[in-house]
Design a protein. Structure first.
Ligand code: HEC
Ligand code: HEC
Length: 205
């Protein structure tokens, strides 16, 4: 037997023991930190389209920053099950575990939402404001359309994406959850109303 190895053995043991104690301490002391780091790592895949700060700069890609935790979780589950159709998001969501969905929801909700920009169609904002009051959008989406539980944040969202979402509801392409809240809302609205609502909702501060 190699004597060097024989004497080295206790040292090895000690080193392993220390490493494992250190590992336990690190885990015990910083579980919240570790979880946030892992959510951030999970979000890296999303950032290629939704950007690191969760504020999209691309047409028809929604901003996620400051979206409600519950809304994000539900949408990821709908994408995963195919209830909500998107060639892009369906395969991405299929790869997510329930834990991923929870981590991503919490992480996204904490990102600083986009400042509402100047609407691209300022002439439509007043019409949108009237329609929003008549149709009680704020009753579900919050006083400043900042989102509330399963009802999405609309404030600060991209106007092009909001219009697309409303058109998808109108066309019956997006059915949403069991309560189908938006189906009832969208039914009496005309296609002409939708750009006005999108312009207004995107601009609410
Ligand atoms: C290749 C680009 C791409 C990547 C990568 C991507 N997304 Fe998306 N995401 C989109 C597009 C496009 C939509 C809009 C789908 C639609 O039109 O209904 C979307 C929609 C969403 C929505 C719905 C937002 C809303 O307001 O309804 C959520 C939530 C979402 N993505 C989360 C994620 C998460 C989490 C990841 C990473 C795990 C991710 N996305 C990765 C392109 C992408
Ligand atoms: C009864 C409650 C309720 C009312 C009233 C309501 N909404 Fe919604 N809205 C919801 C819910 C819940 C969702 C999420 C639906 C889903 O799961 O797909 C939603 C989703 C949306 C979305 C999609 C957001 C995204 O990021 O994809 C838009 C846009 C929207 N609503 C606009 C409006 C507008 C504009 C009005 C007023 C004309 C309105 N809503 C009134 C409950 C409501």
């Amino acid at each position: 037997m190699d004597p060097g190895r024989r004497f080295a053995a206790p040292g090895m043991w000690l080193r392993k023991l220390c490493a494992s104690i250190a590992g336990v301490l690190v885990l015990a002391c910083t579980p919240a930190l570790a979880q946030e780091d892992s959510a951030k790592a999970k979000f890296e895949l999303c950032a290629s389209c939704h950007n690191d700060n969760g504020i999209s700069t691309a047409e028809n890609i929604p901003s996620l920053a400051g979206q409600t935790d519950r809304y994000v979780q539900w949408q990821l589950v709908y994408f995963r099950s195919g209830t909500r159709k998107s060639e892009i998001m369906n395969p991405i969501a299929e790869a997510l575990s329930n834990e991923d969905v929870r981590d991503l929801g919490a992480y996204i909700a904490k990102l600083q939402p986009a400042e509402p920009g100047a609407p691209s169609h300022p002439d439509l904002v007043e019409k949108g404001r009237t329609l929003a009051a008549q149709n009680r959008c704020a009753a579900c989406h919050g006083e400043k359309l900042e989102g509330n539980g399963a009802a999405a944040r609309l404030s600060g969202q991209r106007e092009d994406y909001l219009l697309k979402a409303l058109q998808n509801f109108k066309a019956g392409q997006r059915v949403g959850g069991g309560m189908a809240a938006m189906a009832d809302v969208i039914y009496p609205l005309t296609p002409d109303d939708l750009p006005a609502l999108a312009a207004y909702a995107a601009s609410v501060r």
